[in-house]
Design a protein around this ligand. Structure first.
Ligand SMILES: *Cc1c(COP(=O)(O)O)cnc(C)c1O
Length: 362
């Protein structure tokens, strides 16, 4: 009998494991494992979701015209160069499948976002993970890893799961050092949270080059992860490629309606950023006071480092006993760390209390 088998590279992929959401026997769960935004969906987006129910029999606008116009107006971008996806994960997959494939290489930092590794292998690329310096992407090492088969370089900035922000000058130096036939994917899923005045999520680099794409998402600050809505800003020739390969109705009507409403919610980004900046600092200070190392973060999560694998596991268990789910990042080869989303003020306080108590007892 001949066994049915996929392409060999497929079987090297470990299925993606998302942040957990349940603890057996615990009723009230504090879920701080997927960076979903502290405030939930904006009220106007919730209204739009309900209103969209009446039109659920209609196919969505395959051109995603209104949502692209709303994104363009909000961020000052040409809607013709915006493509929407069923989450930015879908756009990332399209880009890697379109430009990568068997016989090509994809370069990413060692602790970069896992989807680039998984999708790179799916496409058949050889995925090269370049060691960082102090958990910060090492541009010289990434450039040194480039070979004749390199087609894709993927940089998440600020990065998940480390929270690290690479200075703008380094991002520019990376693009400038890459050949023109290499696509640079700048994943700016956490862009809205960044308060560094020098930061550019990628718009300037996309405009300045024909081979850079910026990806963004409604899953983090806009609290719409459950609806799957992402977008990317890109040169016209890349938009043309995605227009050829994407599903004709890849973004659903409810997601688009909610996205438009979320962008229109007055003060949403400002309030979310102010809360995040305040409670990230308080959580960092609380954990440090308890004796825990915390890596610098520009995102809506922090990476707490217990500097010992068993201790990190015990801290995870101690939080779970209090109904708090954070994210173990052993799968990112950071087994001494836990990634903790910045939730509401109350949730952050519960994390600080739980870990302070834990550190007293270890
Ligand atoms: C959360 C996240 C995404 C977003 O994904 P969606 O598919 O839009 O939900 C993309 N990149 C990074 C680095 C993320 O952390």
């Amino acid at each position: 009998m001949n066994a049915l088998l996929p392409r060999p590279s497929i079987l090297s992929i470990e299925p993606y494991v998302g942040g957990e959401s349940k603890i057996p026997g615990v009723n009230r769960i504090i879920k701080l494992s997927s960076n979903e935004g502290a405030f939930g969906p904006p009220p106007m987006a919730q209204e739009a979701i309900i209103a969209s129910a009446r039109e659920a029999h209609r196919y969505p606008d395959g051109g995603a015209t209104k949502i692209r116009e709303a994104i363009g107006a909000k961020f000052g971008l040409d809607p013709a160069r915006i493509v929407c996806g069923n989450g930015s994960d879908e756009l990332i997959a399209y880009l890697i499948l379109a430009y990568g494939g068997e016989g090509t290489e994809l370069i990413m930092p060692a602790h970069g976002f896992v989807m680039y590794d998984l999708t790179g292998r799916y496409a058949g690329c050889r995925v090269i993970k370049v060691p960082e310096k102090n958990l910060l992407a090492d541009v010289d090492a990434m450039l040194a890893a480039v070979g004749p088969r390199t087609k894709l370089v993927c940089l998440v900035n600020p990065n998940n799961p480390t929270g690290a922000l690479l200075p703008q000058s380094e991002v520019k130096r990376l693009r400038a050092g890459l050949r023109d036939d290499i696509l640079l994917i700048l994943d700016s899923a956490y862009a809205e949270y960044v308060t560094d005045p020098d930061y550019d999520p990628g718009q300037a680099l996309v405009d300045a080059s024909g081979n850079t794409v910026m990806t963004r998402t409604f899953s983090k600050i806009f609290g719409l992860g459950g609806l799957r809505l992402g977008w990317a800003y890109m040169p016209p020739q890349v938009a043309d490629v995605l227009a050829r390969i994407r599903g004709p109705f890849n973004v659903n009507a409810t997601a688009m309606a909610a996205g438009i409403a979320a962008l229109a919610e007055p003060g949403w980004i400002e309030r979310s950023v102010a809360h995040n900046t305040e409670w990230r600092a308080k959580t960092v200070a609380g954990l440090q006071a308890a004796g825990i190392k915390v890596w610098p973060s520009a995102c809506n999560f922090i990476l707490a480092d217990f500097e010992d694998v068993a201790k990190a596991k015990a801290a995870d268990a101690a939080l779970r006993a209090r109904g708090i789910i954070v994210r173990g990042v052993g799968g990112y080869s950071l087994p001494t760390c836990l990634r903790i989303t910045i939730g509401t003020a109350e949730e952050c306080q519960m994390v600080i209390e739980g870990l302070t108590e834990f550190m007293k007892n270890v």
